[in-house]
Design a protein around this ligand. Structure first.
Ligand SMILES: Nc1ncnc2c1ncn2[C@@H]1O[C@H](COP(=O)(O)OP(=O)(O)OP(=O)(O)O)[C@@H](O)[C@H]1O
Length: 243
């Protein structure tokens, strides 16, 4: 097991945001978190990332208690957060833990993996939103972290670019089997990418249900079984919101 959350609770002042979260995540799994706005999804990712150390319960990553920011993981946010004064290639190299011949060659390969082999010398100002997010994905993965946290990574993109990047993430996962935790508002994205979908309810944020996605990979959004899983998730979300 890579990640273990035991009785995790979080309050801001008197307000309880997350309550008694239990979850075990295996190496290589993709877990999606879905739930209404404000139910605590981003708060949960921040705790797992070690960015917020005030909580009750236990968070263990690779068997070690999380007590602060750790090197085993990277986070991808809604916006790419690239350094505007560095080229695309240099931005990817920022993700390297150490720079040597092998790791620099890996950065070059990742440029290709995310479809930007020809754009390495460009500055971020010359990129579209989708291209910038491709760079962010390459930067996060170039050091091959054990865990990738994604906080609504595609929500600022247009629908076609989003489909494109979801496909890219699926391909990268097939190749590297990186464990991923994905916060999303997009039901189809969750079913397309995740092995399990954690449905959270609001006030306070609790796990309402965990849905296992049985759809074989590579997934096809138009297949009857995919559409059926979408309906199941919609029903679950409806129940979670009106409980
Ligand atoms: N630093 C903070 N101080 C006080 N309250 C906070 C803080 N950060 C988040 N909150 C509150 O915690 C709750 C959960 O916020 P969070 O951003 O985790 O929700 P979310 O599920 O990710 O929402 P969304 O889907 O809209 O991004 C919200 O009510 C928010 O106002």
């Amino acid at each position: 097991m890579l990640l273990e959350l035991v009785g995790l609770s979080k309050a801001f002042g008197q307000t309880k945001i997350l309550d008694n979260i239990h979850l075990e995540v295996n190496e290589g799994e993709v877990i999606a978190f879905i739930g209404t706005s404000g139910c605590g999804k981003s708060t949960l990712l921040r705790l797992i990332a070690g960015l917020d150390k005030s909580y009750e319960g236990t968070i263990k990553c690779s068997g070690e208690k999380v007590t602060g920011v750790h090197e085993d993981l990277h986070v991808i946010f809604q916006e790419s957060r690239l350094f505007p004064w560095l080229t695309v290639k240099q931005n990817i190299e920022v993700g390297l833990v150490e720079k040597n011949e092998a790791s620099l060659a890996r950065a070059e390969r990742f440029l290709g993996h995310v479809g930007l082999a020809e754009e390495g010398r460009l500055l971020p100002e010359a990129l579209s939103g989708g291209m910038a997010q491709r760079v962010a994905i390459a930067r996060a993965l170039v050091s091959q972290p054990r865990l990738l946290l994604l906080d609504e990574p595609f929500s600022a993109l247009d629908q076609l670019t989003k489909l494109d990047l979801q496909h890219l993430l699926q391909k990268i996962h097939q190749k590297y089997q990186t464990t991923m935790l994905l916060v999303t508002h997009d039901i189809e994205e969750a079913i397309y990418l995740a092995d399990r979908i954690v449905v959270l309810k609001n006030n306070p944020g609790e796990i309402k249900q965990v849905l296992t996605v049985t759809e074989p990979r590579p997934r096809k959004r138009t297949s009857p079984s995919f559409i059926k899983q979408k309906q199941t998730l919609l029903t679950l979300l409806d129940k979670a919101n009106h409980a």
